[in-house]
Design a protein around this ligand. Structure first.
Ligand SMILES: [Fe+2]
Length: 413
């Protein structure tokens, strides 16, 4: 079934009936809840002691192939990681300054006021100085995306996945597609950018779309123990409802590179570090206290909200990322619940370049020509609102700024 907004209520009712016939969804939910409660308690206990919850990996160890098996397993269990010192801080400080120049010399702020409202994803934000910038093609972003450092990191992250499906490879873990995303520059004191806990990459589709049903087949068939969040089978066959809130590419990890130091309380990321959390969210919506035509408030074309009314058990495990420094990177599985702190109480800007991991696969290769065209013309990435700020920006990255690897990642060879 493909989600159709006009008959969505009926589709949800129908689908719930189907899934309830397939397996005893209440029993599965009780069992999975017990299993996940243990993880939640473990996270709460670690956080209370001030111990590490989010796994931390040294870039050097990845480069040398020396990340121990226990740490690798922990990254898979938690579905997220901070990878330290991917870039030298001097280089990152220079990027941060160059981005300020790019924004200011091209009068981004004046242009942003004219175009306000085009980006529906953050449409509930009150007006104020922008904190997320619809900029995709500054030279520092291009330099970071095509860097050897991130190629190494993303290869390692991609390889955490089982990319086999019936003897074929779902994606090539060693080769990356570029995915142009935006910038965050968050002012100290800002309280406009907070994002409540959510998951990107699809909402009602996760219950209704055939591709997603295959991804989550073990969850829906009552064999939740067999569900592996890192099994790539069918992950590239999902059909998302087009929206600026939904990524058209398959990403093994969402992520960002820190441009400034930032930690708890400084307007940065929070995570529920439980890779299997999505299985629980799916089953939660099938329980009897949720109305038959509702999926715990999931809305078409929006991020999937995780709400206290339905998801309190998981929300107890929401933790801030540890303090990161310029050049550190943060990564989370595309099904992992995350949030952005409401209030930036620190003293400095909290800035990041969003750069995820999108390995070469058929789905991603379909996207590349559209993205390359946007790059060459300086238009917004085709996955975001068509604000097109950069068409006449001075010092925008050009084809000649791409390295050989950069061209390959953009599909421009
Ligand atoms: Fe998000």
């Amino acid at each position: 079934m493909s989600p159709d907004q006009k008959i969505l209520s009926q589709q949800i009712e129908q689908q719930k009936q189907n899934l309830r016939k397939t397996a005893d969804q209440s029993r599965s939910f009780i069992e999975l809840s017990r299993s996940l409660e243990e993880e939640v308690e473990e996270i709460i206990a670690l956080a209370a002691k001030g111990s590490k919850v989010i796994p931390e990996v040294n870039f050097n160890d990845i480069q040398k192939g020396e990340v121990c098996a226990d740490l690798t397993q922990l990254v898979k269990k938690r579905g997220c990681a901070v990878i330290r010192q991917v870039f030298k801080s001097d280089r990152v400080n220079e990027w941060n300054e160059k981005i300020v120049e790019y924004i200011e010399s091209n009068q981004y702020y004046n242009r942003e006021i004219e175009k306000r409202g085009l980006d529906q994803y953050f449409s509930q934000l009150t007006s104020g100085r922008p904190q997320i910038f619809g900029l995709y093609w500054s030279k520092p972003q291009i330099e970071a995306r095509q860097s050897q450092e991130l190629a190494v990191v993303r290869r390692w992250l991609n390889r955490l996945w089982d990319h086999n499906q019936s003897g074929k490879s779902v994606f090539n873990p060693d080769r990356e597609c570029s995915y142009a995303d935006r910038l965050r520059r968050r002012q100290p004191g800002d309280s406009t950018l907070g994002l409540s806990p959510h998951v990107d990459g699809g909402s009602v589709e996760r219950w209704l779309d055939e591709g997603f049903q295959n991804v989550y087949r073990h969850v829906y068939s009552g064999e939740w123990q067999r569900y592996d969040p890192f099994a790539a089978a069918h992950r590239t066959e999902t059909k998302e409802i087009p929206s600026p809130a939904v990524c058209q590419m398959f990403r093994t990890f969402q992520g960002w590179t820190a441009l400034t130091s930032q930690g708890p309380g400084e307007g940065t990321l929070q995570l529920i570090p439980i890779a299997r959390g999505m299985a629980w969210i799916l089953l939660r919506a099938l329980q009897n206290d949720v109305s038959d035509d509702d999926l715990c408030g999931a809305k078409v074309g929006r991020a999937l909200s995780i709400l206290p009314d339905y998801h309190q058990m998981l929300l107890k495990a929401l933790v801030p990322i540890p303090k990161v420094q310029p050049g550190d990177t943060v990564w989370w599985h595309p099904d992992v619940i995350h949030a952005v702190e409401n209030h930036h109480q620190g003293n400095g800007y909290s800035n990041v370049m969003y750069i995820g991991a999108a390995p070469v696969c058929e789905k991603n290769q379909v996207f590349l020509p559209k993205q390359a065209d946007a790059f060459l013309k300086g238009r917004s990435s085709p996955d975001f609102a068509a604000e097109d700020y950069e068409v006449d920006f001075v010092d925008r990255a050009q084809l000649s700024d791409l390295t050989e690897l950069g061209r390959l990642q953009m599909g421009l060879v």
